[in-house]
Design a protein around this ligand. Structure first.
Ligand SMILES: [Zn+2]
Length: 232
């Protein structure tokens, strides 16, 4: 027999459809924005378990790291691309939180990322405002609950490029600013093992620039983690 509760739920569902962010079907586990089929189809790299994995190798000779990993392979026109689009441009915060929790679970299980704090790679302030959030911060918020370490999102900033830099060409100026970060609170990271987090790693140039600035902190050590790994 259908109870009042079920009827109420069905009506609510019609009004506020709770559908999978990956495929749009509505058979979701509780507290999830992804269905089991999509979760199982996510292409895990398992890099977190392996020293000298491709993401670690990417930073060899560029950045001194304790460990590095990217959780899923990113390919064009795939489930991961749809999820990234939802998360990055459609302000699907719930999805970002869930992906962050999934990352946190895997990192914790591997035992190779026992750090003191999470650092989201900063976005340019204007971009963050336009987008509604920094996607790296949302991932960190999901990871935080699982890894039980704080998020330090005010120790490093990314200065906005200004129109006063008119002497350089536009592209060159953009390139210069792309890799510019400023450590504003070195005391907050002194002696700490930090995990720098971003949504995707491709060439690693931006993560390298940000990481190098973080390593200016006295006795600070660094690991890097991304949601996706894209081929160059
Ligand atoms: Zn699905």
């Amino acid at each position: 027999m259908i109870g009042l509760k079920e009827i109420k739920e069905s009506v609510l569902h019609l009004l506020f459809p709770h559908i999978c962010s990956g495929c749009g079907n509505d058979i979701l586990p509780k507290e999830s924005v992804l269905c089991m089929r999509c979760i199982e189809a996510m292409p895990e790299t398992n890099f977190e378990w392996h020293p000298n994995n491709p993401v670690e190798k990417l930073f060899w000779g560029r950045l001194q790291l304790q460990a590095a990993a990217g959780q899923y392979y990113f390919t064009k026109e795939s489930l991961m691309q749809r999820l990234m689009h939802q998360f990055k441009y459609k302000t699907n915060r719930e999805l970002g939180m869930q992906l962050g929790r999934m990352m946190g679970e895997q990192l914790k299980r591997s035992g190779r990322f026992n750090a003191d704090a999470l650092i989201p790679l900063p976005l340019f302030p204007a971009k963050e405002k336009r987008r509604g959030y920094n996607q790296a911060t949302v991932l960190c918020q999901g990871m935080q609950g699982i890894m039980d370490i704080p998020i330090l999102d005010k120790v490093i900033t990314r200065p906005q490029h200004t129109e006063t830099q008119t002497k350089k060409g536009r592209i060159e100026r953009w390139k210069n600013m792309e890799g510019k970060f400023i450590l504003i609170d070195p005391a907050a990271i002194q002696g700490k093992h930090l995990v720098l987090v971003d949504d995707v790693v491709t060439t690693g140039a931006t993560l390298e620039a940000c990481g190098a600035e973080l390593l200016k902190g006295e006795n600070a050590s660094l690991s890097v983690v991304t949601l996706c790994v894209a081929s160059r």
